[in-house]
Ligand binder design. Structure first.
Ligand code: ADP
Ligand code: ZN
Length: 726
């Protein structure tokens, strides 16, 4: 037998399959050790076949690494699917296995526990111990109540005490299988009676099949629906995958699932240590856990016989990986749902225009929960025209209206959240005389001023510079801050409401692993009155005492040069507004804008998703944007500007040639990218519009083209429907 093997070469760009002579017992999906040049490397067996494709002498697989194939047949098929989307085999397999497993063995995890010797009479033994052996006495007493981890005992007692007791034969050590299960908040396991609309949705899912789009307003009780559907999958002997955006994986969410599903739930997210991740993965792989709860990457949970896959907040951009390997979680979810015959539920208060369009066309089944649970109502949304504020002499960040509302909320003993989707102190510095703006020398974007350490930082490459007081061009010494960020907002908030306790949550305050959980917990415990933050505070959180949400600058996302800017603005406003008034207390949202007449605000104000969708889908159809087309960007990068430009132009010429014979290629454009340079690399791009129906045929040809031009000093990256056109 010959085995086709994907070899785990870290640095190589090749995606080659190598033939090896297969020993007895090798199956597709097995991890194997193979000789490769002068090295020995790990690989995955893809397929078996009778005859090799080459006449060269073949080497043999040296060793099978695991008793059972580690890659399930479903994942071998998934790898083939993802390859058509421009991923390499090895990238796929790296996504399918936790890092800890690669290059190692799947070890059963054992820990040492200390037990009291069976049949011992504790009182008698305590009587025999010397009075001065306090540690030994305490230790024996504690252990008589049950076994304890050795490492934990060593921290609290001395290792001599443990040694002394075991030499006397009173205690012994035993290795026991155990997992490092990451914890959550303790929550009550009680299950509420579903509301009529929850019941209706649950029944529709139980009796239906395929893909469901659950459009439920914020606070309509979607989580309860998800848990109920998962319970019924488990009752039928099946398993379940529940995906949430990274930021919604709060201890509250974990606690809720723990309370309902106990050890049957395994957690996968980026905050886990390698050890924790591989434990949770192993529990899913062995069937010990049947529910995978996690962020994006949990879609690769090694579960068999999946009954339901749920993608909460399906519109969230965190479901599209922004770094390589780049994949669309929804595509993987659809693949796995089909393969397993599972139901797929996409849930959101603001579905993506693409998904809702599919529901309208009947590809997805639309389910709706238009009202909040119980007495809670959606908060009233008020717009403030900031141009009027400036006319009346108020050039601050807060309108008079917002100041009044914050004061009122505080006076009533409630909490407020202030949202500004820009971190740092000010977006940039600007010379008021000559207009000079300091830019990153490598990235050609304006640097962001950070007041805490008086630096200018590049938010793309992370470069950091000492700030300046004098304009280097004209020598003028009044450098004025441009637009303001969360750091400035925090400062202003403290100044305007000196009696209030203020917390800030953004990328800068949450660098530490548990920081964001700490901030949220403090706010929940009412150790602060106002929470200031970026989109991090917008999603999922359920704070009962928040009655006011202030949106400092609603327009920020609106003027990005991106076809999704209106959609993003609508989603963000709805999500942020959704944090207010989630219980009996009525909520209010004050939304500050410089363009109050934009259509997106009209619909956002009345929570009119359908109206917004109708308007938006018409515009997309007219301008030929997704979902009516696919946009493929080939980004050409090089430290040599000419080479980057030349590669882009040549690719564009080849595509134009394809276009002549192919009506599904609609448009081709070549240009310098919006950001001309990042990390010293010049950026040029070819943007290709293709008819949606042409994806399967045209995209592989474009990927191939990108690979062809990726050589020498040029790298080409291909992206479908890029999240950002920067
Ligand atoms: P969504 O995810 O749709 O924004 P949540 O699932 O967070 O909404 O639910 C909002 C609130 O309603 C939560 O506090 C939740 O505990 C509560 N809730 C959900 N379903 C019920 C129910 N059937 N009865 C009572 N309270 C419920
Ligand atoms: Zn930079």
């Amino acid at each position: 037998m010959i085995a086709e093997v994907i070899v785990d070469i870290s640095s190589s760009d090749v995606d080659k399959v190598y033939d090896y002579i297969a020993p007895e017992g090798v199956c597709p999906g097995h991890r194997v050790m193979v000789p490769f040049g002068r090295q020995r490397l790990e690989g995955i067996v893809l397929r078996l076949k009778e005859t090799p494709d080459t006449h060269h002498a073949l080497k043999a697989i040296e060793r099978i690494l695991d008793p059972e194939p580690i890659i399930l047949p479903e994942f071998l098929a998934l790898a083939e699917f993802m390859r058509k989307k421009n991923l390499r085999y090895i990238d796929c397999f790296r996504l399918f296995m936790p890092a800890r497993l690669r290059g190692g063995e799947i070890k059963e995890l054992k820990r040492n526990f200390i037990y009291v010797t069976e049949g011992l009479d504790i009182e008698t033994e305590l009587g025999r111990l010397s009075v001065r052996a306090t540690a030994q006495r305490a230790l024996l007493k504690e252990l008589s109540a049950g076994a304890v981890r050795e490492s934990e005992l060593i921290e609290r007692y001395s290792s001599q005490a443990i040694k002394a007791l075991s030499e006397k034969g009173l205690i012994y050590k035993k290795a026991v299988r155990s997992f490092r299960t990451p914890g959550g908040m303790n929550m009550a396991a009680e299950k509420p009676q579903p509301t009529p609309s929850q019941r209706q949705v649950i029944e529709a899912v139980e009796n239906g099949e395929g893909v469901f789009l659950l459009h439920g307003v914020t606070g309509s009780g979607k989580t309860e629906v998800y848990m109920s559907v998962i319970e019924s999958a488990l009752r039928n002997g099946k398993t379940a995958v529940m995906l949430v955006p990274e930021i919604s994986l709060t201890p509250q969410m974990l606690g809720l699932f723990r309370a309902r599903f106990g050890d049957g739930v395994a957690i996968l997210h980026s905050g886990l240590s390698d050890g924790e991740r591989s434990d949770e993965w192993t529990r899913l792989r062995s069937g010990e856990a049947q529910v995978a709860l996690g962020a994006r990457s949990a879609i690769f949970a090694p579960l068999r016989n999946i009954g339901v896959i749920i993608v909460d907040e399906e519109h969230d951009s965190s479901y599209i990986s922004d770094s390589n390997p780049r994949y669309f979680t929804s595509e993987v979810a659809e693949f796995r749902a089909k393969f397993n015959g599972a139901k797929l539920i996409l849930g959101s208060a603001t579905p993506s225009v693409e998904s809702y369009h599919k529901a309208v066309k009947g590809e997805y089944k639309l389910l709706e929960m238009p009202e909040r649970v119980g007495v809670a109502r959606l908060p009233v949304l008020e717009t403030v025209d900031m141009r009027e504020e400036i006319k009346s002499g108020n050039t601050g960040m807060f309108s008079a209206r917002l100041i009044r509302e914050v004061k009122a909320a505080l006076a009533d003993g409630n909490q407020a959240m202030l949202f500004l989707n820009r971190r740092g102190y000010a977006s940039f510095l600007r010379c008021r005389k000559c207009g000079y703006v300091p830019k990153c020398p490598d990235c050609d974007v304006s640097l962001t001023y950070h007041k805490e350490d008086n630096t200018l930082r590049c938010h793309y490459c992370g470069a950091k510079f000492k700030s300046i007081d004098v304009c280097p061009l004209c020598g003028y010494d009044d450098l004025k801050e441009g637009k303001t960020g969360t750091e400035k907002l925090e400062e202003e908030t403290k100044r305007l409401f000196p009696e209030a306790r203020v917390l800030r949550m953004d990328n800068d305050t949450t660098r530490r692993r548990d920081a964001y959980v700490d901030i949220l917990t403090k706010f929940r415990r009412r150790e602060a009155d106002i929470l200031v933050g970026t989109q991090m505070i917008a999603k999922g959180h359920d704070f009962k005492d928040v009655t006011l949400v202030g949106i400092i600058d609603a327009d920020i996302a609106l003027y990005y040069s991106d076809y999704r800017s209106a959609e993003r603005t609508f989603q963000l406003i709805t999500q942020v507004a959704g944090r207010a008034g989630r219980s009996e207390k009525e909520g209010k949202v004050v939304m500050q804008t410089y363009s109050p007449n934009h259509y997106v605000y009209k619909y956002a104000k009345s929570y009119d998703y359908k109206g917004f969708f109708r308007n938006e889908i018409r515009a997309r159809e007219l301008t030929k944007y997704p979902p009516f087309t696919k946009i493929i960007r080939l980004l050409s990068l090089s430290e040599n500007e000419n080479e980057a430009r030349h590669a882009a132009r040549s690719m564009a010429e080849e595509i134009v040639a394809i276009k002549r014979g192919e009506s599904r290629v609609l448009r081709v454009q070549v240009m310098q990218s919006a950001i001309k340079r990042i990390r010293a690399c010049y950026r040029y791009q070819v943007v290709v519009w293709i008819d949606s129906a042409g994806e399967e045929e045209i995209c592989p040809a474009l990927y191939e083209l990108g690979r062809k031009y990726s050589r020498g000093g040029v790298s080409v990256f291909a992206e479908v429907n890029p999240q950002q056109m920067l």
